[in-house]
Design a protein around this ligand. Structure first.
Ligand SMILES: Cc1ncc(C[n+]2csc(CCOP(=O)(O)OP(=O)(O)O)c2C)c(N)n1
Length: 934
């Protein structure tokens, strides 16, 4: 047993036992305990006699003081004065001496050493030490770190709180500079309020300290040799952060308020919309004495609160990943410091926050720690915390991820700066997330046209009479005789004057002239060579099938691996299946010096057990990643099973990709339809990011799709969702049907990064992964290229006989080719639209022109009529041939759900669909036709 004093398990029995040991043999207890007992009165009789031990009368008090000290450390935040508006803290009985049977005199008469920690060393008795501890834990800062599991971190946090030695050598805060900064923050908002009354700006007022805190963190990061700091934030205070942290010129912001309209044409094109001022991003290099100290980045984001979180993390991860050499990417954590600013209503309310926090320590996702700041204005629009969350604090969600938390009163600048310093120091020391709950208020309504008195009349009366933090700090400096009484006002006037001069001299037409992107796309890479020399493909194939000596491949994988081995032996045999074509494409892309990152749920193996990009030694479980080890590779390869998330997982990849769109970043959905959990990421970033912010992405989405009787889910990756928003300037969409087409598509994407990065959505097969009709030959890969429209091979010799030209896409084309009816239907040609967007009009024209006798064009699809590609294709077909030929739809009729819930019902309908393509007059079976579900 260790006879040292453990303050965290103090109880009277334990102390008594320790004291008895001390009396029997002082050397049998540890030095701290010896010192502790040395001043105790010696009992007249040994405790072992069983009589009342005289010192035990004090033991309860001693234990009480020790437990009180412990409670203050754990729960002192409950009594901290963190609300600038003076709402009394909730408190907790464990923080009251009476709970331990103590009064002030008891505590006064006990030694300070009972309290432990740095404060006890500076105190004459336990009372002084307890008071000092309350100053630390229950003043304007609430340290909330009891949930941290690792003792080393807890000890560090305790030391940081109580000793302040978290930042050696401590650089004292500059109080004058702080006043200057707070003056800038306040004057800017008030100026905008005065000259642009009622215009939405989502004022920072009430959490003004955010700007000096960011100053502190960014400068600390620069001092610690971080290359960049990347800030993710919503609307609140964003203009102020843009002006004062990103140095966006005041003139430009004012010009945006004026919004002169010189930059726009009446009917805008289809490629550029721009965005409102409080969604825009910026970057800035902060100069040191001789060189750039640090670069600060604030990416653009949509109104959707918290959606930027995973995007920012992805950007940070990309910045930290060095990918120019083969193998796994090398991670350089000091490349960037991620900082995320949250709202107090959105942090607990929006699920993407939890999804994103869950990534913070995952391999492939972690960014060595994000500093989070909740700008807690104690309201969400009109909703008070009592209606907005089920937790005491806005920050409580972070506890589950073991993120230390500081609650700090936004009216105490010193405390705020201390919080910022501790946050950064912790991040530096442990490379983990830290959260600051900056508790303030909101001076105006949700936006500046909003009347807060409708819903919070009492609160807003209080706020109206509440001094600004600048004023509080200015008064403090005056009272400390640090500045002259008149100086704060003079500073205000100077700042106002500066802004007024800018406004007076503003020519908004000029300042607002951000060149408007043309949105032009470069089509010249389409049709560019994507084939790979057959010899190189064979060599790559051999490399991807190699394993290190002594590595035991799972027995069940031997057969498919043998298939892959044989598939490239003969040039014309179509034996290369989908996943092999994918692996060969990736291997060849790596050999072209393009780095690859691939993620998604279970991608390492592949949902359909098709990929096996990571092999696990059957004996010892050790992982081996062939694509990281092929000798032909010239860039890094990374593949990661993602956490079970779509929104944050996809947002992360988007962020990773926009940081450097010349890396091939692939995200695969488990089944295609699950992407709709990430619909907001798709709408707000992937589809429209380029039009709003000129943010170029080359992200690839693989969405397993196809009707196989699995029910309303797992059948459709809902192509309609993408097609509805697809233009040739924002998306490429493919639903291809052969392994070779997929091979060329991936290579085309990797080859188009420089000229024309665009996101690519691919509807990928499930059961067709190993289907012989989908397999391709070595010649297909080594000589072919991406073909947007695949003509019907069955009609090659009989084009003149064809009366019905059926266009379709994806698995249905294979089902049609497989159908028994195919061989006798000479009047029908089935043409595959492999590329849905950009819509290949010319190619369709060309194919059509080869069928002189066609008297109808049909679009056939598996999806119900209100889904799939029909609504997208129909007007395009009308445009192409509408004045010459009738255009007809064959497929399931409209439905609220993508497919039937029964396999046999699916089979019946699928058969009818195929029959309709080749015959005529059949109708789909629906429940209201009296059809029984199978
Ligand atoms: C995803 C999403 N839902 C709803 C809104 C509309 N909205 C804008 S601000 C706001 C309140 C946000 O409160 P909080 O998170 O506390 O941030 P604050 O504006 O108070 O700083 C709401 C609901 C939004 N912007 N995003």
């Amino acid at each position: 047993m260790d006879y040292s004093i453990n303050f965290s398990i103090l109880n009277s029995g334990y102390i008594a036992e320790l004291y008895d040991r001390f009396l029997a043999d002082p050397m049998s207890v540890e030095p701290a305990a010896r010192k502790f007992f040395k001043d105790w009165p010696t009992p007249s009789e040994p405790a072992s006699t069983g009589k009342v031990h005289p010192s035990l009368i004090d033991v309860d008090k001693i234990v009480g003081v020790a437990n009180l000290a412990q409670a203050i450390r754990s729960f002192g935040h409950l009594a901290a004065h963190i609300d600038p508006l003076g709402m009394p803290p909730t408190g907790d009985p464990s923080l009251e001496p009476a709970t331990y049977g103590l009064d002030e005199a008891d505590v006064l008469n006990l030694p300070a050493s009972l309290v432990g920690g740095p404060k006890s060393r500076q105190s004459g008795n336990a009372l002084e030490a307890i008071q000092a501890l309350r100053q630390v834990y229950s003043s304007t800062i609430g340290f909330d770190y009891e949930h941290i599991r690792l003792p080393e971190e807890r000890a560090w946090l305790r030391e940081a709180a109580e000793n302040g030695n978290y930042r050696p050598p401590a650089i004292p805060m500059d109080p004058i500079r702080l006043l200057e900064r707070l003056t800038k923050v306040e004057v800017f908002e008030q100026f905008l309020n005065r000259f642009f009354p009622g215009k939405t700006r989502f004022s920072i007022e009430g959490v003004d300290m955010l700007v000096p805190m960011l100053d502190e963190i960014i400068i600390d990061a620069g001092d610690a040799d971080f290359c960049t700091a990347a800030i993710g934030m919503g609307h609140r205070g964003r203009l102020n952060v843009l002006a004062h942290i990103l140095s966006k010129p005041y003139a430009q912001i004012m010009a945006e308020f004026k919004d002169p309209g010189n930059n726009y044409t009446a009917i805008h094109g289809n490629s550029w919309t721009g965005d409102v001022k409080y969604h825009k991003g910026a970057s800035r290099a902060i100069l040191g004495e001789e060189e750039i100290k640090i670069v600060v980045i604030l990416p653009a984001n949509p109104s959707h609160l918290e959606l930027i979180n995973p995007v920012l993390s992805g950007m940070a991860r990309a910045a930290q990943s060095v990918v120019d050499a083969p193998g796994t990417p090398r991670v350089f954590p000091k490349a960037t410091l991620p900082i995320q600013i949250h709202g107090d209503a959105s942090f607990p309310g929006e699920g993407i926050v939890a999804e994103s926090l869950n990534m913070s320590r995952l391999p492939g996702y972690q960014t060595s720690g994000t500093i989070h700041i909740i700008t807690n204005n104690q309201l969400g629009y009109t909703t008070p915390p009592s209606q907005g969350r089920s937790t005491l604090y806005a920050s409580d969600l972070a506890k589950g991820f073991e993120i230390p938390i500081i609650h700090v009163n936004a009216d105490d600048p010193q405390a705020c700066i201390e919080a910022a310093r501790i946050a950064f120091a912790y991040r530096l020391r442990f490379q983990k997330d830290f959260l600051i709950d900056l508790v303030g208020y909101r001076r105006y309504g949700h936006n500046e046209g909003d009347e807060p008195g409708f819903t919070q009349p009492v609160l807003y009366e209080k706020i109206e009479n509440h001094p600004t933090v600048r004023k509080i700090w200015a008064d403090h400096l005056v009272s400390q005789i640090m500045v002259e009484e008149s100086w704060p006002d003079k500073l205000m006037q100077e700042n106002n004057q500066e802004l007024k001069e800018i406004l007076d001299n503003l020519s908004p037409e000029k300042e607002n002239l951000i060149p408007q992107p043309t949105g032009q796309i470069h089509k010249d890479h389409i049709g560019s060579s994507t084939h790979v020399d057959a010899g190189l493909l064979q060599a790559l194939n051999q490399s991807i099938l190699e394993v290190p000596e002594g590595f035991t491949v799972n027995r069940k994988l031997e057969r498919p691996r043998q298939r892959w081995r044989n598939a490239l032996l003969k040039i014309d045999e179509p034996l290369i299946e989908w996943a092999q074509a994918e692996t060969l494409a990736l291997a060849s892309i790596l050999s072209d010096r393009v780095a690859i990152r691939m993620t998604g749920q279970d991608v390492e193996r592949g949902t359909f057990s098709q990929r096996h990009a990571v092999l696990h030694d059957a004996v010892n479980g050790q992982a081996y990643i062939p694509l990281q080890n092929i000798p032909q590779a010239r860039a890094a390869f990374e593949i990661q099973n993602s956490p079970l998330s779509e929104a944050a997982a996809l947002g992360f990849e988007y962020g990773y990709n926009i940081f450097d769109s010349s890396r091939l970043v692939i995200w695969e959905a488990q089944y295609g339809d699950f992407f709709n959990n990430a619909q907001s990421i798709i709408d707000e970033f992937i589809v429209s990011g380029k039009a709003k912010w000129e943010q170029k992405s080359s992200l690839v989405l693989l969405l397993p799709h196809g009707y196989e009787g699995q029910g309303p889910n797992h059948s459709s990756a809902r192509p309609e969702r993408f097609l509805q928003q697809a233009l040739e300037t924002n998306l490429r969409i493919a639903n291809c049907t052969t392994a070779a087409q997929y091979f060329h598509l991936l290579r085309l994407q990797a080859g188009s990064f420089k000229k024309d990065p665009l996101p690519l959505v691919v509807f990928t097969p499930k059961s067709l992964l190993r289907h012989p009709r989908v397999a391709s030959s070595l010649r297909d890969l080594s000589e072919g290229s991406w073909i947007p429209i695949l003509d019907d091979p069955a009609s090659t010799d009989q084009k003149g006989a064809v009366r019905r030209l059926v266009l379709c896409s994806g698995k249905l084309a294979v089902d049609l080719a497989d159908s028994e009816a195919r061989s006798n239907a000479h009047e029908v040609a089935v043409v595959r639209v492999e590329q849905l967007c950009p819509f290949p009009s010319e190619e369709i024209q060309r194919v059509l022109s080869q069928y002189p006798a066609v008297d109808e064009v049909v679009w056939a699809q598996e999806e119900p009529e209100n889904m799939g590609a029909w609504a997208y294709i129909q007007p395009k077909l009308v445009n192409l041939v509408g004045n010459q030929l009738p255009i007809r739809y064959i497929g399931r009729s409209v439905s609220p759900s993508p497919s039937e819930g029964s396999l046999s019902w699916h089979q019946i309908n699928q058969k009818v669909l195929i029959d309709q393509v080749f015959k005529s007059g059949l109708k789909m079976l629906e429940p209201d036709h009296g059809m029984q579900r199978g």
